[in-house]
Design a protein around this ligand. Structure first.
Ligand code: ZN
Length: 265
């Protein structure tokens, strides 16, 4: 029998057997109807940057929720700063908080100097060994999932590539790519907003002052946590920390530059 005339019967698993989206007419975009453009979800760790982002979002949007992550970080003390900061920043716009525990997932993927008692050092490729591969990508994916369920359009995060540790998942290109991936993967029109992306640490202190004056600066100085080692035993003029880890050095240098620029000539 000539095999060229044989045809397989239509299969329900065959792509040809099911209608393609184009056969139903133009794909409708109902995303706008299910997300509120004046609702925001802030990635909020309890650190300086994310606290400034929370104040920034509360000044702009009608409803703001927060999301935080436990991932086995050495400085888990930052998580204990979150509720007091939320209480101090609370306005009628502040909504619920979401905590997601990624400790087991990130531990299974391997340890870094940010998640284990290892000396902080630069790797051969020029990245500090505090870099946790995939961390911010996971955070943004989780935030997208929460925003999807909560009908929130705006995801606000404190990534910055101006004055930072060189982490590739803090860069603007990564954030833009994640926005595209989330929107394609969840069929939404999320907007990822990173108000600190092009600000250095001095400008981040300045932004806090613009948003809430001396009171907000003081709250961020004493109420937030940045130190990678989790040291809250020493209060410097720029806040608590060991004073020597990369996070402390960035925070301290930004504070000194901001104070120097703000000082009368
Ligand atoms: Zn430190």
């Amino acid at each position: 029998m000539p095999t060229g005339t044989l045809q397989a019967p239509p299969s329900p698993h065959c792509p040809e057997a099911v209608p393609r989206p184009s056969q139903k007419g133009p794909r409708s975009d109902k995303s706008a109807a299910v997300t509120s453009s004046d609702h925001a979800l802030v990635l909020f760790s309890g650190g300086q940057d994310s606290s400034t982002c929370l104040a920034w979002a509360l000044a702009r949007y009608a409803h703001v929720e927060t999301i935080g992550f436990a991932y086995g970080q050495r400085h888990a003390v930052e998580l204990t700063c979150r509720e007091p900061i939320r209480a101090k920043l609370a306005t009628p716009a502040l909504g619920r908080d979401h905590m997601v525990d990624l400790s087991a997932a990130l531990a299974a993927l391997g340890s870094t100097a940010l998640t284990s008692d290892t000396e902080i050092a630069m790797s051969e490729e020029g990245l500090p060994n505090t870099f946790v591969p995939g961390r911010n990508l996971l955070f943004l994916t989780c935030a997208g999932a929460i925003a999807y369920r909560r009908g929130i359009k705006r995801i606000v995060a404190g990534m910055c590539e101006t004055d930072y540790s060189g982490y590739p998942d803090c860069r603007d290109d990564t954030i833009k790519a994640m926005q595209l991936a989330l929107n394609l993967g969840m069929q939404r029109r999320f907007v990822l907003e990173t108000p600190l992306m092009w600000r250095d640490k001095a400008a981040t202190w300045m932004l806090a002052h613009e948003l809430g004056g001396d009171a907000l600066v003081e709250m961020i100085r004493t109420g937030t946590h940045s130190c990678y080692l989790g040291d809250r035993s020493r209060l410097h003029n720029w806040g608590y920390g060991c004073g020597t880890c990369p996070a402390c050095e960035l925070r301290a240098a930004g504070w000194q530059r901001w104070r120097a620029a703000a000082a009368p000539a």
